[in-house]
Design a protein. Sequence first.
Lengths: 114, 830
Amino acid sequence: MENTSTNWFLACATTDVPENSGVCVQYGNEQIAIFNFSRRNEWFATQNLCPHKQQMALSRGMLGSAGEACEPKVACPFHKKTFSLRTGECLSGDECAIKTYPIKVENEQVFISV
Amino acid sequence: MHPTVIVVGNGMVGYKFCEKLVAKSTAFNIIVFGEEPRRAYDRVHLSEYFAGKTADDLSMSTTQWYTDNHINLYLDDPIVEIDTTNQQVHSQKGHVLSYDYVVLATGSSAFVPDIPGIEKKGVFVYRTIEDLEKMKAYAQHAKCGAVMGGGLLGLEAAKALLDLGIATTHVVEFAPRLMPRQIDDAGSAILQAKLSELGLQIHLNKSTSSILGNDAIEGLQFNNNTVLPIDMLVISAGIRPRDELAKLAGLQIGTRGGVVVNEKLQTSNPNIFAIGECALANSTIYGLVAPGYEMAEVVAANLCGANKVFAGFDMSTKLKLIGVDVASFGDAFADQAHTRTIVFEDTHKGIYKRLNVSADGKHLLGGILIGDAEAYNMLLQTVNNQLVLPPNPEELILGSRGAATSNGSGVMSLPNDALICSCEAVTKETICNAVTDQQITTIDGMKKCTKAGTGCGGCVPLVKDLITGTMKANGQYVKNVVCEHFNYARQELFDLIKYHKLTTYNEVLDNYGSGDGCEVCKPVVASLLASLWNDLILKQPAIQDSNDRFLANIQKGGTYSVVPRIPGGEITPDKLIVIGQVAKKYHLYTKITGGQRIDLFGAHLNDLPAIWEQLIEAGFESGHAYGKSLRTVKSCVGSTWCRFGLHDSVSFAIEVEDRYKGLRSPHKLKGGVSGCIRECAEAQSKDFGIIATEKGWNLYICGNGGSKPQHAQLLASDIDSATCIKYLDRFLMFYIKTADPLTRTATWLNKMEGGMAYLKNVIINDSLGIAAELEAAMENHVNTYECEWKAAVNNPEMRKQFQHFVNAPAQKDPTVVFEPMRNQIKAQAW
């Protein structure tokens, strides 16, 4: 924990995020979705806004995987557009992509690089 | 240096040309000039603009698309001159650009007949979004409108007037029938009757001599001196090719308009092409979008070095006009002397079908379908591929609609080069190869892979049949599996979970699935676990569907709606007051639902627990409006007050609703109880309906309202209340056990082999020997029911999930915005 580089933002505690689902954190005027994909033992962070209908909803979406490569994804609760958690690419055939953020867990605390 | 292609016109065909050219080659520098202020949009579905679609919804692409494909797009800037000597174009805003090729896709304008008074206020054409906006503004003060022209576009325009809320809409046609180019007199008569039922007033054989009124239109004067008073008119009397630019450039123009082109769509100047409705090919103006797309394909392919020709186009059409199917294909008006015709007419239901068969009875030449055009795709294929007709060709339009005749075998008999998707020119062979070689087995996959079905969408049922047919022919086992993570059908998963007593999603996935699950299988398994074990769904929040996850329905803007259970629609004044108090306190929009309940909209996620705490305090329970589960049992007031009532329908509705509340099922469930045969509870439109008789109750099942209404069918008559409950227990549990995901009871029954007779046998005669098991399962549900909202508000861990920001729990989502409407709020439009 000696590295406190200024662009790592303490978002929440690991226990704040239920297993295999997401929460939303406020960072200034931004809303960032954090996902605890415990089944894969991985954490992801993306924008909370679903670009399809401009809704602040991705953190309330369902997690899953797509294809042989098991691409981790989230499905927006509004119309089930799915996005890769790794690259942000829309997997439902649309052109819109979402922003992803580097994320790390240290001492049961979740940090996002912004 | 890349050759420069300048596309003049940014309509559907101009856009499609760009799409096709960039798909084939990156060797061109493409520049597009459009006269309209917006990007190409779907003009075919223009009337949907009034039905609520926005200009963005209709748009065919994004600004990003043009950037990504390096296409320079100039909007609101028409080309005013083509200088063929110096190979340059001049735009209205003063751009002068050199070209190697020009593609004219200037389209057409509405033909406006020269009638005295045509310039008056309130006279419109129906062509662009701007035209529609002008009509919309004017229509607010208009009560009575008319469309001049009863053709395809005219009837579309009439629909637009209806959508705009014009109380009386007339259609005035010069010819003795509607859609004179597509259908015959008898077909027109049926169509006219159908449209009259829907509120259109049709006038045939009417020639307009002048338009009456001072400044604004007040009426139409006809040649026979009659007058039709109206305050708004839409002209839809045909199209006129936009050939003025071509004419100015000295290109050859047809005597009745249109830029003359050869089979390669070249104009009289070999570097200039014309496509779409401005082009005169084979002495014809092709006024539909599909041939325009084909022309775009031919030019794009030839620029890339292919040798394609435009050999005319099938002008068959199928469309829904104001809800009525109309189709015309092949030679619709075949000369009676050399053909035989088969005609089916049902004026009661408003159906007309005509087939024109060759004199030797071997081939189908064409035909007309009004009121029911389900057979269109197959009939069109039969014409286009000259398939030999069966000995009794009338079966093609009359054929028993039972499951005995499988459509699948029909499509597989088509030749390989049969054109399945005419918008994107995809053949049967392409589709079948995609299935065999690339393992494409879904419609979405096929759309991505071949583009079939991405245009008008009319061929989607055929494409589905081809996918299934090809898979069967390849010996692939066609099973309705849940999703990529589970190679099982829902019913198989039901049995596996039950017999292995699995209680969590992860156990099910680890034992019977692969990967990490998805938004399809998670809710399916969640529903199965809830149906089987009736445990609290919020113990596994991460696998619940959007609405179940927060025990509320997510609405536009990200707020939720709240629906307390009001069994049978009965509510005390005190409880009504509490609903009012809650709505006021949390600023909620309030509306009575179709199921005799009250819906409160606009609740912030953070407020949901407090809202429910107050409702539960007053004696309310969750209404499960968010779940695939029992919604309401609607009732009429029944014998306690009604002078016709035979039994106490309210009490029975409450008993039934209380019994099945919280029951998770493949789809939502609705019920109704009526106190007499007048059926005021509309019980026959529900998944189960109970109607009082002199001797007891009649029980109806598998009805449906919604998009495909279907009456419930009688399961048992004159039964007592206990028997009724017993049959309902068995019926609902059998449905829960065997239906596919998201299948309502009506669809479940329609797909069931043996239909109602089989189902009756299972429920009443216990033909499968499972009645006791089904009843026990329902008894378990009733005994373990718990209001999930009560459990949630009393559990601090579950309550914690109802926060928007995990790092600012008290703060609500600041992006939520409401707008005022009729003294309440509404969500901001998206």
